[in-house]
Each structure stands twice: as C-alpha cells, then as structure tokens.
Ligand binder design. Structure first.
Ligand SMILES: Cc1cc2nc3c(=O)[nH]c(=O)nc-3n(C[C@H](O)[C@H](O)[C@H](O)COP(=O)(O)OP(=O)(O)OC[C@H]3O[C@@H](n4cnc5c(N)ncnc54)[C@H](O)[C@@H]3O)c2cc1C
Length: 464
C-alpha cells in the first residue's frame, strides 16, 4: 500500500535536485505560524510546470503517497503541515504572470506568485488585485483557503475574484474550471468547489483572477472610542446605511498598544476603527463626513482623515503588522489565532461575548477584525509549557465558533478548517458533511491529497 520511499525515488528521478530530502528543508515545511506541533514531510518537491505537477501526482498516486501543496505557509489552522508525512509540493517556482488583459480587467497567473509581487507588476496598468489577507500569501494558497481580508467588504473574497483555474487532479489528470466570462449558467460550478478546498481535491496550477481599477481618490480615517461596543455600532450603522467603504477594521486596545510599540506610533490606547474610502475626490470626503457624523452618536474620541498616500501606507502597514506586533507584546507565549464570521446585526453581541469569555477564563487575548464583513479574529495567548493553558485557549475558540453557529454565522470567515477546526465541520454542516465526504472520496479515492485536512478519512488526528 503506502510506499513513500518508492515515490521519493521516482520523483527524484524526475526532478533531480528539485526534490529535496534534507532535514532543514523538511523542517521549514513542517512548521506553521501558530500553535500546532511540527509535522514534517519526507521530501519537498519544487515543480516548474503543470506537466511536472501531473507527473509527480501520478507517481504519488501509484504509491499512495500523501501530497501537500505549499504556497508560503502562512495559513493559520495547520493546513500545510504533513500530518501523514509524504511529499510537500512547494509551488514557489511556478510564480509567473502569464497574461494581463487590461480590457477584460483580468490576469492569468501561476499559483506561486504572491499578491504583493502581482500588484507591483500591475502598478503601471491602472489596475490592481484587490484581495488582501495582510500576509504576503500566494495566489494558489489564497484560492485554496478562500482567503479574504481588509478590502473584501467592497471588492469581495477569493470566491468572487477567481474566475477560472487549471487543476491537477489526484490521478494526474489536468482539468480547467470556470471561464473568463463575468457570469455563466453552464453546469455545476466546479470553480467555486475548488476555491476553498485547501489542497484536498487537487492542485491549482494556474488561476485567472479579476482585477479592479485604481480609484481616482483614496482617503483613510482613524477614530478611537471609549468602548469596542461603540466602535462596532458605528460599523453596523455604516454597513446598514450602505456606505461603500473599501476597508473598515476594528482594532482593540491591546492591539493598539502592540502596534504603538512595534511601529513606533502613538495612537491613544483605546479601541479604534481604521477605514478607507475609494471613489472620486468629492465622494471620498463625503463618505468620511458621513462616518464622522455617525461616530459622533457613539462617543467618538479623536477622528483624523487624510488623502496623503504616505499616511495611508503608514496606517495600513501598522494594521498589517498587528499580528506580529501583538505576538511581540507577549514574547514567551504561544499565540493562537481564531476567526469567526456572523451576520452584521449579531456582531456587537458576538464580540461582547468573546470579551466576557476572556475575562471569565482569565485568558490574555486581543480582538481585531474585518468587521465590515462581520468577521473578527481573536489572538489567544498561553504558556507553551502548560498543556492545560493551550486546552483552555481551544475551549474559548470552540465557544466562539459555537456562538457564531447559534446566530447563523460560520466557524471561520477566512482562515479555513485545516486541522484546527476539523471538529467543527459536522456542527456547521450537519448532514451536508456526508456529501462533502463523498465528494472527497470521488476526487481523491486514495486519500493522497493533503490527507487529514478539512475532511478526515483516516483515524489519525491531532488532539483538539
Ligand atoms: C499575519 C497574518 C495575517 C493573516 N491575515 C489573514 C486575513 O486577513 N485573511 C485571510 O484569509 N487569511 C489571513 N491569514 C492566513 C493566510 O495568509 C491565508 O490562509 C493565505 O491564503 C495562505 O496562503 P499561503 O500562500 O501562505 O498558503 P499555505 O499556507 O502555504 O497553504 C494554505 C493551504 O492551501 C493549500 N495550497 C497552497 N497552494 C496550493 C495550490 N497551488 N493548489 C492547491 N492547494 C494549495 C495548502 O495545501 C494549504 O492547505 C493571515 C496569516 C498571517 C500569518
């Protein structure tokens, strides 16, 4: 049955130096951004084209060898760890932009390109790729996790922005999903099935993504509040009034303290909203004024807004560093990031309940979120030497997820399932989970595609 050594020998004959079995390279691909223990692959392959990916997959299929696609490893639920060993497929050397079509506002790219590189390449075209998860992730990884981020409130998530893909299936067959057309009524939507499939159904080897036009004007506003409640109520009202904000981010006082220390800034240590507006010169100032008038009803403290690009860049750089800044505030602790998403009307209560839990269980944690989508993250800290401490963090993350389900939300708005949220799949999907399990078996009958993630077909799992 499973013969990883034989698969490695054949892949080595195919790729030569681009199949690496060194301890250091396997270690690099066996670690993660958060609390999971190391899980190393037996080898790491660096393919250069779709045909090579297909040949590697055929070899792995023959020997029942697990294959774990790898972008840059920034996922937060242990998605890219080699739970069952096998060969990790590092896609970073398939990182070209194959086409930019300014008339149809789309780009065709290989999966290993990162969003920052793509946007650098697009700079002279007047277009940009809008999905921004903060981390400089690959387009393949972002499609596989159905990522979103600060700008999704206006421009959508990977679900809306991936138009078409080329995919290598578990038997090595190469298929195409989706089209360049804006919409289609032709058949089952396989494109959307593969977006968010976390490498468990196939390997993405090419993506066609939608691009957006650079707005004529951009402005940003920053305001602080006495309580998170007030900040969240401003968001809810702004969304319900249909103000077309491009970004609206909640940052709690712990995260503000962390950002101040890390980025040498001096925001008041209070809950903040960081916002951005896109449009014409008059519309962006009108949107900022409307937000200010709403904020005045909710005890806003300071309110600053600007259209200067250097101030905007500084603001969003600080926001994007919040994760590492908060980890730096608690250097001897493990940080566990968890996210949920709820209907906007339930957001204030969801955040209040999380704050009560942090107090009740005496856990240090920060709250930050893409609140315009009803999505927020809690970064929970614990002592790495105390297993009970980590268990407590998991309990709090589970309680957050269950409360989200109880109000019609989801256990993860953007981070995904990986290993960390496997135990919540049944609670979220009920009897639909068996359909998903059947789909996994249909696409991957030998369970070689990132096994043990999202749908668990084997008995091995890590303690939740
Ligand atoms: C500081 C920080 C902030 C973050 N903020 C956000 C956020 O705001 N929003 C958000 O959505 N996420 C966020 N994340 C999580 C992470 O950036 C996303 O999940 C991202 O999409 C992962 O991309 P990656 O290239 O690192 O993929 P990896 O972590 O390498 O892989 C992720 C998953 O995709 C699969 N995969 C990778 N490439 C392919 C491929 N070519 N074909 C098939 N499957 C593939 C892997 O097997 C794995 O299951 C954040 C992470 C960090 C560290």
């Amino acid at each position: 049955m499973t013969n990883i050594a034989a698969a490695i020998t054949e892949v080595k004959a195919l790729l030569g130096q681009r199949l690496n079995t060194s301890k250091s390279v396997c270690e690099l691909h066996g670690q993660n951004e958060t609390y999971f223990p190391k899980m190393l692959p037996n080898a790491v392959a660096f393919p250069h084209n779709t045909l090579e990916v297909s040949k590697v997959v055929k070899i792995c299929e023959k020997y029942y060898c697990p294959i774990i696609p790898w972008g840059v490893g920034t996922s937060l639920e242990g998605h890219a760890l080699a739970l069952h060993g096998g060969i990790t497929l590092n896609m970073s050397e398939m990182n070209n932009t194959l086409e930019v079509n300014t008339q149809d506002m789309l780009a065709v790219v290989q999966p290993g390109i990162t969003r920052e590189i793509l946007n650098k390449e697009l700079r002279s075209t007047g277009l940009f790729f809008s999905v921004d998860p903060g981390a400089n992730a690959t387009l393949g990884g972002m499609a596989a996790t159905r990522a979103s981020g600060t700008t999704s409130v206006l421009y959508g998530t990977m679900r809306e922005n991936v138009l078409a893909m080329e995919i290598v299936l578990a038997d090595g067959k190469i298929i195409r999903t989706g089209t360049r057309a804006k919409k289609s009524s032709a058949g089952y939507d396989l494109n959307k099935l593969f977006v968010g499939s976390e490498g468990t159904l196939g390997i993405i080897t090419e993506l066609t993504v939608a691009l957006k036009g650079q707005p004529e004007a951009i402005s940003a506003a920053v305001c602080d509040f006495e309580s998170i409640d007030d900040a969240v109520n401003v968001v809810i009202m702004a969304i319900q009034l249909g103000i077309p904000m491009a970004r609206i981010e909640l940052i709690d006082e712990i995260s503000i303290r962390a950002i101040n220390q890390y980025s040498k800034l001096d925001y008041p240590e209070k809950p903040h909203l960081f916002m951005e507006f896109h449009g014409s010169i008059t519309s962006v100032s009108g949107q900022a004024e409307t937000i200010l008038s709403i904020a005045k009803d909710f005890q806003v403290g300071g309110f600053k807004w600007s259209t200067k690009s250097e101030e905007l860049n500084k603001l969003w750089a600080a926001r994007h560093q919040a994760y590492y800044a908060t980890k730096a505030l608690f250097p001897n602790q493990i940080g566990m990031s968890t996210d949920i998403c709820v209907p906007i009307s339930k957001l204030a209560k969801a955040i209040k309940d999380t704050q009560s839990d942090l107090k009740k269980y005496n856990v240090t944690g920060s709250i930050i979120g893409h609140v315009g989508d009803g999505n927020y993250h809690t970064l929970l800290f614990c002592d790495p030497t105390d297993p009970d401490d980590l268990k407590l963090n998991k309990l709090l993350a589970n309680r957050m997820a269950k409360r989200a389900l109880a109000v019609g939300g989801t256990v993860t708005g953007e981070h995904g399932i990986g290993i960390g949220k496997l135990n919540l799949m049944e609670q979220e999907h009920g009897s639909s989970l068996s359909i998903m399990t059947d789909l996994k078996k249909l696409f991957d009958p030998k369970n070689i595609m990132n096994p043990g993630k999202m749908i668990n077909l084997s008995s091995k799992q890590i303690d939740d």
